[in-house]
Design a protein around this ligand. Structure first.
Ligand code: SF4
Length: 395
């Protein structure tokens, strides 16, 4: 898979957790919550012989309910929240002329690469948590968790939170220091397919009528496109220009940021500046070799996998050379027909701010929805230092 080239943290090796998740669900001792990423609902169709590019959201929700999850939520809810926080963070940095350009941080493959290889770039990384980690934090530590009963409200117990992701590196992200165990287990799309088969659920025959639970299930088209290269930036542009009081007639579709193309994709957004998208980590490395990125761009999206998450290492393997294009077409199709296409139009996200968080980037929002990064040393550099010490001692 594409991830083989890019996962810098050894998270490539898919350590399977699906047996343990099935066991926990069967025991029925804990309230269980599952969240599903945007790329999963499309690629899972391929595991069950449906046409590549088939959107299986409803079928997937029905399958998750049959597996025994109490609440089935959409990671896209948190993607809208990510955009509210990251868009506001971008505007705050623009106002302060500080740490620009802003790099997106929702891809753990990219974050790990920066921590290991370019710690000088850490101040440029958005402190906004990824949708997976935001969703976990909200599921465990917000009004939703408190509404589950007195023991939850008093912090004596918490729901069992599982996420289904296209990505092996998301397993590593859930274990990062500071993530507070907000996501208990991460399953890849392929692992979920194995669970569904193990339970004998005829996925292809399920109805497409499944609906996400409320309140962490509502989302907009902007969240859906997170699954494709360029999608995070396009989603951020839609909301940041609104928050900045921009022209309401600004287009929603930024074709220049879309697609599986070589090199850096760019677009100039009125009132914001020029934004860039690196399709795959190799594209980011090439961009960073020159210093021009520092002055040319105000914000830069980097997703480690070519094509974005829809080309992730946890997605079904495919021999189809057009598979990324087919999955992307499905994702943008969902966005084009969505009732709301801008993150700030998500009614449940608005309610969450009104009832609990105040405004984006408020202290309460920072407490729950932001994180920090640390320079780390790669195994290779530790080995080099060790060899250097040995060399000196011997000398
Ligand atoms: Fe994971 Fe998506 Fe990043 Fe690939 S691009 S490493 S699938 S988050």
């Amino acid at each position: 898979g594409q991830c083989t080239l890019v996962c810098p943290v050894g998270a490539l090796i898919e350590s399977p957790h699906w047996h343990e998740v099935l066991h926990t669900l069967d025991a029925r001792r804990r309230v269980s919550v599952v969240q599903v990423a945007p790329a999963t609902r499309i690629a899972i169709s391929e595991e069950f012989g449906l046409k590549p590019g088939t959107v299986s959201t409803g079928r997937l929700i029905n399958a998750l309910r049959q597996l025994g999850f109490d609440y089935v939520f959409d990671t896209n809810f948190a993607a809208d929240l990510t955009i509210m926080e990251e868009g506001s963070e971008l505007l705050a940095r623009m106002e302060a002329h500080e740490s620009l350009p802003l790099f997106t941080s929702c891809c753990p493959g990219w974050v790990n690469w920066v921590e290991l290889n370019r710690p000088d770039l850490l101040p440029h990384l958005s402190t906004t948590k990824s949708p997976q980690q935001m969703h976990g934090a909200i599921a465990k530590r917000s009004g939703f968790a408190r509404s589950l009963g007195p023991d939850f409200a008093e912090g004596k117990t918490e729901p069992y939170v599982v996420s289904v992701m296209p990505c092996t590196a998301k397993k590593d992200e859930a274990q990062r220091p500071g993530s507070s165990g907000d996501v208990d287990r991460v399953l890849t799309t392929r692992e979920l397919a194995r669970m569904i088969r193990a339970r004998g659920i005829a996925f292809g025959a399920l109805s497409e009528d499944g609906q996400f639970d409320s309140p962490l299930g509502e989302s907009t088209g902007a969240a859906q496109i997170f699954g494709a290269s360029g999608g995070v930036m396009e989603a951020m542009v839609r909301t940041a220009s609104h928050l900045k009081g921009g022209d309401a007639s600004l287009p929603l579709d930024w074709e220049a940021l879309r697609g599986v193309r070589e090199g850096v994709k760019t677009a100039t957004i009125p009132g914001i500046g020029t934004v860039a998208v690196c399709n795959g980590i190799a594209a980011a490395q090439r961009m960073l070799e020159q210093e021009a990125w520092r002055d040319e761009f105000v914000a830069i999206e980097v997703m480690a996998c070519v094509g974005g998450c829809l080309g992730g290492g946890g997605e079904p393997k495919s021999m189809d050379p057009q598979i990324l294009q087919k999955r992307a077409k499905a994702i943008y199709g969902v966005d084009a027909t969505a009732r709301h296409r801008r993150s700030y139009e998500n009614a449940d996200v608005r309610k969450l701010y009104a009832r609990e968080l105040g405004a984006p980037n408020s202290p309460a929002a920072h407490d729950l929805l932001h994180t920090q990064y640390t320079a780390r040393q790669s195994r290779r550099s530790l080995l080099m230092r060790f060899l250097d010490c040995v060399d000196r001692r011997d000398g």
